[in-house]
Structures are given as structure tokens and as C-alpha cells.
Design a protein around this ligand. Sequence first.
Ligand SMILES: Nc1ncnc2c1ncn2[C@@H]1O[C@H](COP(=O)(O)OP(=O)(O)OP(=O)(O)O)[C@@H](O)[C@H]1O
Ligand SMILES: [Mg+2]
Length: 214
Amino acid sequence: MARVLTLATQKGGSGKTTLAASLAVAAAQAGEGVVVIDLDRQGSLRAWTQRREKEPREARVIYRATDGDGLASLLEKIHAHEPTTLALIDTPGIADESARYGMAAADLTLLPVRPTVLDADAVQATARELSAALVPFAFVFSQVQANAAQRAEELAPELLLMGRLFPGWIGLRTDHQDAMLMGLGVTEYRPKGTAADEVRALWAWLNERMGEPV
Ligand SMILES: Nc1ncnc2c1ncn2[C@@H]1O[C@H](COP(=O)(O)OP(=O)(O)OP(=O)(O)O)[C@@H](O)[C@H]1O
Ligand SMILES: [Mg+2]
């Protein structure tokens, strides 16, 4: 049975798609059989897979198309397909039906949060929905600028009151933007870079959390 990891937040631009792409690659490099699903009509993750498929890649990431309505039956097929061990779902930055389908199907939903009070406040609506639906979730600070680390630390207790928080962060780094453009994950783009280290650490943490009780 494949595990299902969903990226969600009602706040646009929090870093869901960017993280979905790099986590997919990091997980594949760690030996997972990875399928990515894009429930956002903007299709940014789908477009990333199309750029990726222009060249052969060592880390295999398979794109499967569906909308929210078709998600359950696609996941059934994925579960019946042995080599897939991880389904990674990207959702739109609004609380629409497809985002709900994506969250309801998840073993764990990851909520990227930029380290601002506006973002930390906004993410609580999604967290409340997930709590009510008994879907395990975790926050990760994303796009953290070097001079915003202090603010992330100040906002952390508020998030920890609601749920789990990755004990590190994903920095704001151009590696993410360059990798996205080339259809790569940051761990492929610059394997020894800080962005790669951060994504591998996040994947390792998520890998341990998935399947744990809430
Ligand atoms: N860690 C990062 N470092 C640098 N830039 C980043 C990082 N994460 C995201 N970005 C940039 O921030 C913008 C928003 O990121 P992204 O599209 O991944 O967010 P999203 O949550 O998927 O947005 P939406 O809600 O619109 O789907 C993009 O321009 C992306 O390149
Ligand atoms: Mg997106």
C-alpha cells in the first residue's frame, strides 16, 4: 500500500508546488517509488514533470493525471501497483473541493508556512479543517530568508499549539527556482547545497512521521 503525502494551504504561494517537486525527487533518491498528482488547475507540478521528462533521469518520478473526483479511483489503482510506495499530491492555494479530496486521502498533509504572522494566522484555517477531519498534518516553515529565522522561532509556539512542526525550515534559495525551471529537484540541481540538505532533512522527518498516530 503506497503512502499518501498531500501538500496543502489555503494561502497561495506558500511553496506547496516547489516542495512537492523537490520532495518527490528526494523520496525517489531515497528508494521510494514515487507518483505525483496535481490537483491544481494551474498545473504547475504537471508542467514541472513535462520539463523533467525531456531528458532521462536517474530518480524516477511518475506523473498521473486526475481531478479531485477521480482521485479515489486513481489511488486505488496506485495501491494495487506494487512499485509505487509514495503518492505525492499537490493542491491549489484555495480551499476548494479538490484540495479537500487531496487532504482527505492523505496519510499526512504537509502545510508550508512562510514565516510571517499573516501566513501563520492564515494556515490555521486549514489546520482546523484537518483536525476536524482527523487527518494527520504537519507544518513546515518555507521560504525563510536568512534574517527571518528569528521570526520563525517566534511564530513556532503558535503552530505547535495546533500540530506538529518540522524542527528545521526550508530557506528562500534560488536553487529552488532554478531546479523548478529545469524539471529537477534541488537534490539533483545542487546535491551538496543547503537547499538540498534542507529538503533531504524534511523528507527524512516526513518519512518517519507518515503512518504515526496523530
Ligand atoms: N524555498 C524557496 N526558495 C525560493 N523561492 C521559492 C521557494 N519556495 C517557493 N518559491 C517561489 O515562491 C513562489 C510560490 O511558490 P509555489 O508556486 O511553490 O507556491 P504554491 O504554494 O504552490 O502556490 P499556489 O498556492 O499558487 O499553488 C514561486 O515563485 C516559487 O518559485
Ligand atoms: Mg502550487
